[in-house]
Design a protein around this ligand. Structure first.
Ligand SMILES: Nc1nc2c(c(=O)[nH]1)N(C=O)[C@@H](CNc1ccc(C(=O)N[C@@H](CCC(=O)O)C(=O)O)cc1)CN2
Ligand SMILES: Nc1ncnc2c1ncn2[C@@H]1O[C@H](COP(=O)(O)OP(=O)(O)OP(=O)(O)O)[C@@H](O)[C@H]1O
Length: 186
């Protein structure tokens, strides 16, 4: 099995090689599939992320969630933790941790009742294991909030047959790619 470091390197390269147009087109397809899921329909608030560097674009999901009357929040990093602030307009984002767009600090935080998390990731496998940037931010956050439903988004080139796991990993229950929906059966 490949090490996480090598996996990250390989996927970052693949992400760079895809054009903006490809990333936009497939992100729209992912949005269509994600917003048809029961997890999305049942959620009153969507805990999204603000994409950078050819991650799945979340703008379309966020816009749809606003149209559907859902509350939207995105994370800001503080030390080893993330705080989710309510997002009502993209102008509330500024460049933050490692250049990731983050909400300004004076925003309103949200509750995590009846919420769905849109999880980013670098690589996944068919059993819904996930490799992120290596900060452990999502594992730490989700450990404290087990009631939040977990839906990851990624492109099909990010799905590998097996990725390394750790005991602290918290798997998404669903992964949506432009080609397929993976559901955790374990
Ligand atoms: N858009 C987005 N926001 C997010 C995440 C994410 O995956 N995507 N996170 C998910 O946890 C958190 C930030 N986590 C991060 C953890 C480490 C690095 C980091 O070390 N980046 C370096 C090196 C990358 C590498 O080569 O491994 C860099 O960008 O230079 C970045 C983000 C919260 N916000
Ligand atoms: N609940 C937790 N409590 C303490 N440490 C944790 C917890 N979850 C993960 N960690 C630690 O965080 C580090 C990074 O974890 P991991 O490689 O799984 O990150 P990742 O899922 O790739 O990153 P991210 O969630 O930020 O995208 C590991 O050393 C791991 O032991």
């Amino acid at each position: 099995m490949e090490e996480k470091k090598e996996i990250r390197k390989k996927i970052f390269k693949a992400r760079k090689e895809h054009t903006d147009e490809w990333i936009q087109k497939k992100s729209r397809v992912i949005t269509e599939t994600l917003t048809a899921l029961p997890e999305y329909k049942e959620a009153e608030r969507i805990m999204a992320y603000a994409d950078y560097n050819h991650e799945v674009i979340t703008r379309y999901i966020i816009e749809q969630a606003w149209k559907d009357g859902k509350e939207v929040a995105v994370p800001k990093v503080f030390g080893k933790d993330m705080v989710f602030y309510k997002l009502t307009d993209f102008s509330q984002l500024e460049s933050g941790y490692f250049g990731i767009p983050e909400p300004k600090e004076d925003g309103e935080t949200v509750s995590w009742e009846v919420a769905m998390m849109v999880m980013p990731g670098v690589a996944f496998d068919v059993n819904c294991n996930r490799v992120g940037y290596g900060g452990g931010f999502y594992d730490r956050f989700l450990e404290k909030h087990p009631g939040i439903s977990r839906v990851a988004v990624g492109f099909s080139f990010q799905i590998l047959s097996v990725v390394p796991t750790e005991p602290t990993d918290i798997r998404p229950q669903v992964i949506v790619t432009e080609e397929k929906v993976y559901r955790d059966v374990q």
